[in-house]
Design a protein around this ligand. Structure first.
Ligand code: ADP
Ligand code: MG
Length: 602
């Protein structure tokens, strides 16, 4: 990517332009022509002034009229051509935007599922949408303007020296001084400040997000904004930075503003000097007027080029972010049409590490889950249980060893076929913004009403739906209808039941549920996994007593393996876990009784 970065910015946009790659260069050329046409009237006005001043008594009206019409025509032509330049630059910009979004979205669709685990949807949206948006003003407006800003100075310099080189030099003095001042302001110190400015702005905005997230806590504890010291500090830092930045720029900027408006200050003495040396008065005056008219154009051009660098940087960063996304290793997709016939899962010496982590999350794990069986994974947090379930659904590919579904390596199963055969219930499943019905039939759009009803009953979701204003057609998130985590989980289970995939992966599906929900979710899970091949990660050990086999996962390895009975008899890790669990259950029962009794006396 470093090579990429050095490439000319326009080149980096061309791949996204589609077929009509000529649009952007065309707009640059048109904008250049328009800039030239915009300068022509000044020259013509100079001609007219010269004619008038040279012979005030015998003005050739037809000549003046001709110059005037030509000036009008070139000014009008300049505007029309500039319009065409903007038209084609906009067409190009929209094409690039669409192109960038398309390429980004295609890449996102081919991403391993695990990618979404590590990148928030907000960040992905920023890369794809905002990135494309940022490039718009750059391509549509600034780039064509820049072409004008390159053409104009060249013509101007030539003109300045051909009309009268001595006045030319006088008129260039303020421009050169202004340019030097600008360079000084953009010097490494100025650039440093600019970087600091953007950094502190970013820090302040991320701290403000943290602050807003924390508002409920701040409020419930009766605190003020000052409890968010980091946010406060970032504001103060920003304030001081802006203050110092402004002070640094105060003198050069004032000097710059003054000097750029001071052409007359240098031109008048020069004109007087020239006239004093016997130059033709009227010609010198005409030249003087020409220079006075033309020098503000330089000022404007310099101002524009000052911002251009910054815009190149912003557009470059947008492309960098997209490139970063595109460089992300995707997963090889197979065109294989192999169908999964048996619904077993097998791990053969699987090793897996997360990107950037030196540690193996899964360290040579082998096990086989036969069709229709249920295996439970238990063990301390961070052991690797979730990773095993993810590997089975091919969120990532194993680094070593093989993951087989139905006896076929998951790499040789098409994404669609694999997803058709697997239902994955996560710890905290989210519903889409849409009606409950849309959410429920998501995995099987042509589901019959009867299937949907059965799924609602099996997933214990009936009472949720009946309590909502529009029943199953209620849109989640609209009119203040929100579901609790446990309720969302039950709807997600209804979705999985409708999908009716033969393999079910359950990742601590009850972990975040309150006791009432937990009981209902347990019932729903039983319905969902009835007769299915099930890999369950259990949060509560009660739900694993009757499974076919339990694997105790520790530090990415299978530490123990067997049925509930076998593992208890063995007296190892599982036995300890079970004893702890029993104690916590007993403790809960005791506290419950105390609370009940307290209630009676109150
Ligand atoms: N997305 C991830 N990126 C990097 N490391 C991860 C990621 N998810 C889990 N890990 C690490 O992998 C190991 C296993 O995690 P996990 O499979 O979630 O364990 P469990 O589900 O048993 O709690 C842990 O050390 C964890 O920190
Ligand atoms: Mg987990």
């Amino acid at each position: 990517m470093s090579k990429e970065k050095k490439r000319f910015i326009l080149k980096r946009f061309t791949p996204y332009m589609g077929k009509k790659k000529v649009l952007l260069p065309l707009s640059l050329v048109l904008s250049g022509i328009s800039a030239a046409l915009n300068i022509l009237p000044f020259v013509l006005v100079w001609y007219i002034t010269r004619d008038i001043l040279a012979a005030p008594q015998s003005i050739d009206v037809s000549n003046v009229g001709f110059y005037a019409s030509l000036a009008f025509a070139s000014a009008a032509g300049g505007i029309i051509i500039y319009f065409c330049a903007l038209l084609s630059s906009h067409l190009a910009a929209f094409r690039v935007e669409v192109g960038m979004q398309k390429v980004g979205m295609e890449k996102i669709l081919s991403m391993p599922l695990g990618f979404f685990d590590q990148h928030s949807s907000g960040k992905i949206r920023k890369i794809v949408n905002d990135g494309a948006g940022t490039t718009h003003s750059f391509l549509a407006h600034q780039l064509p303007d820049m072409a004008g800003s390159v053409v104009s100075p060249i013509i101007l310099i030539v003109l300045i020296f051909t009309v009268d080189w001595r006045m030319g030099i006088a008129s260039l003095i303020p421009i050169i001084l202004g340019f030097i001042t600008m360079r000084f302001m953009m010097s490494s110190k100025g650039k440093n400040f600019q970087k600091m400015y953007y950094d502190s702005l970013e820090e302040m905005s991320s701290e403000s997000v943290e602050y807003i997230r924390g508002i409920p806590v701040v409020k419930t504890f009766g605190q003020t904004i000052f409890s968010f010291k980091r946010f406060y500090d970032s504001i103060i830092k920003y304030k001081e930075m802006v203050y110092a930045y402004t002070l640094l720029w105060r003198k050069p900027m004032s000097f710059y503003s003054v000097i750029m408006q001071s052409a007359a200050f240098f031109l008048i003495p020069m004109a007087i000097f020239l006239i004093g040396r016997g130059e033709n008065l009227s010609l010198a005056l005409a030249d003087f007027i020409f220079y006075i008219l033309i020098s503000p154009i330089f000022t404007m051009l310099l101002m524009k080029s000052m911002y251009f660098q910054q815009n190149v940087m912003i557009a470059g960063q947008a492309i960098d972010r997209l490139d970063g996304l595109l460089d992300y290793p995707g997963m090889g997709c197979t065109d294989n049409t192999k169908k999964i016939k048996k619904h077993s899962i097998e791990f053969r010496d699987v090793v897996f590490s997360y990107e950037g982590s030196g540690k193996r999350a899964i360290d040579k794990i082998s096990f086989k889950l036969n069709e229709g069986e249920t295996i439970a994974l238990v063990g301390a947090s961070g052991g690797g249980k979730t990773t095993i379930a993810r590997l089975a659904a091919r969120f990532w590919d194993a680094d070593e060893g093989e993951v087989l579904v139905g006896g076929i390596n998951v790499r040789d199963i098409s994404k669609k076929e694999l997803m058709n055969n697997i239902s994955f219930i996560f710890q905290n499943t989210k519903l889409f913004k849409g009606s409950l019905r849309e959410n429920i039939v998501f995995g099987k759009e042509n589901a019959e009403e009867e299937e949907i009803n059965k799924a609602i009953d099996f997933s214990q979701s009936r009472e949720i739906i009946e309590s909502l204003p529009d029943g199953i057609d209620t849109v989640i998130g609209s009119k203040g209808t929100y579901l609790s985590g446990g309720e969302q989980q039950r709807i997600a289970l209804a979705r999985a039941i409708v999908k009716n995939a033969p393999i079910v992966l359950l990742d601590e599906a009850t972990a975040f549920a309150d006791p009432e929900n937990e009981h209902l979710i347990q019932k729903a899970l039983k319905e969902l996994s009835r007769g299915k091949t099930t890999l369950m990660i259990a949060h509560r050990l009660t739900s694993v007593q009757n499974v076919d086999r339990i694997l105790v996962i520790e530090s990415g390895k299978i530490a123990e393996e067997g049925t509930h009975r076998e593992l208890l008899d063995k007296g190892g890790i599982y036995k300890t876990m079970w004893d702890e669990y029993q104690k916590s259950v007993a403790w809960k029962i005791v506290t419950k009784n105390i609370v009940n009794k307290g209630g009676q006396y109150a």
